[in-house]
Ligand binder design. Structure first.
Ligand code: SF4
Length: 339
């Protein structure tokens, strides 16, 4: 399975766009519909009527996802989950303004979390902003906005990163993390440079990218984007998370880390996140059904408090190994390890 990461920028990428009647007149809805003039628009009552249909094939939909425009209700901001790296932040939250991603990483938890691979875009960002502003009255906020999608990859279509930047510019007690595997230099060159907007690039050795991170940009392209981001002054975080336990992982990751520091100056990086693959036990069950032939998903993970991972011994071995190599060139205090 492979998804060409450039195809979704084409005006005919989505053949059908489902729009909740409640937001049909929302300015963001109109802007998005204009981008896809050839798509058939279907008015619906609630996004779940389409998204939660039974008997959908996540993998099948990945090849040709539809777009759903909706209004986000309920809890707009959530406390950071235990499987996520919190970077020592006391007020660590995340929010999802877009559900699903156009990349197709074999280990992606979204295929276990959602019943559909269709892309849901919640157009009422202003309601999320209001909620964040409310929280900011009481304390600082550290907010991850690109967990259940890749917002930077989608910036050319939806402009959500720019909207968040504009909000963050006026709220300096807010720090935003934008996690990405994209190499969207065009966006990085046009987005405002702000000290409280961190671009967190997830990097993997090229062999891991080729084998498991289907449709994502190559290591070379991601590194080029990182260099562009740094040259412009954007705060950059490097995420080696998830590390994957492949047969010769020490050699693969050691070569990768050494290569990295020949291209990027360690001093220019804000911090580093390290973690091994882990996923909710329940999601893993569904992910395995989707991809019965996947070696990475069929590995005998060990369950611990609802989370499946490699087990304490392997996890510690991998983390110690990576931490040691990275700390040869990088400040230990700025390496955050998921445990
Ligand atoms: S980039 Fe992240 S969200 Fe997108 S498919 Fe890969 S793991 Fe999932």
């Amino acid at each position: 399975m492979s998804t060409n990461s450039n195809n979704f920028l084409k005006p005919n990428y989505f053949t059908h766009i489902y729009v909740e009647e409640e937001i049909i007149d929302h300015p963001r809805t109109k802007q998005i519909l204009c981008r896809f003039p050839r798509a058939k628009t279907i008015i619906i009552t609630h996004y779940k009527d389409v998204f939660n249909r039974t008997h959908q094939s996540f993998l099948h939909q990945k090849n040709s996802p539809n777009l759903i425009l909706a209004k986000k209700h309920g809890e707009l901001i959530l406390k950071g989950a235990p499987v996520c790296q919190g970077f020592g932040e006391e007020y660590f939250y995340y929010t999802s303004s877009i559900m699903n991603c156009l990349y197709d990483c074999e280990y992606c938890y979204l295929q276990g979390m959602y019943p559909s691979a269709n892309l849901v875009v919640f157009v009422n960002l202003e309601d999320i902003f209001s909620k964040v502003a409310e929280l900011l009255q009481y304390h600082k906020v550290y907010l991850c906005i690109s967990y259940d999608t890749d917002l930077l990859a989608l910036e050319g279509l939806f402009g959500f990163v720019l909207a968040w930047c504009e909000f963050a510019k006026d709220h300096t007690d807010l720090t935003i993390e934008i996690r990405t595997k994209s190499a969207n230099e065009v966006a990085l060159k046009t987005l405002p440079v702000l000290p409280n907007v961190i671009y967190a690039f997830t990097l993997s050795p090229e062999t891991i990218i080729k084998n498991y991170e289907h449709g994502t940009p190559s290591l070379f392209a991601r590194m080029k984007a990182i260099k562009t981001a740094l040259s412009l002054g954007h705060p950059v975080r490097l995420c080696f998370d998830p590390m994957i336990y492949v047969a010769n992982y020490k050699k693969v990751y050691e070569d990768f880390f050494h290569y990295l520091w020949t291209k990027i100056s360690p001093d220019s990086i804000r911090d580093i996140s390290l973690g091994v693959f882990r996923v909710s036990k329940d999601y893993l069950k569904r992910m395995r059904k989707q991809r019965p032939q996947s070696a990475i998903l069929q590995y005998p993970y060990e369950p611990e408090e609802g989370v499946a991972h490699y087990g304490r011994d392997i996890t510690n071995e991998m983390m110690d190994f990576a931490y040691q190599i990275l700390s040869e060139c990088y400040d230990k205090d700025r390496i955050f390890v998921w445990e």
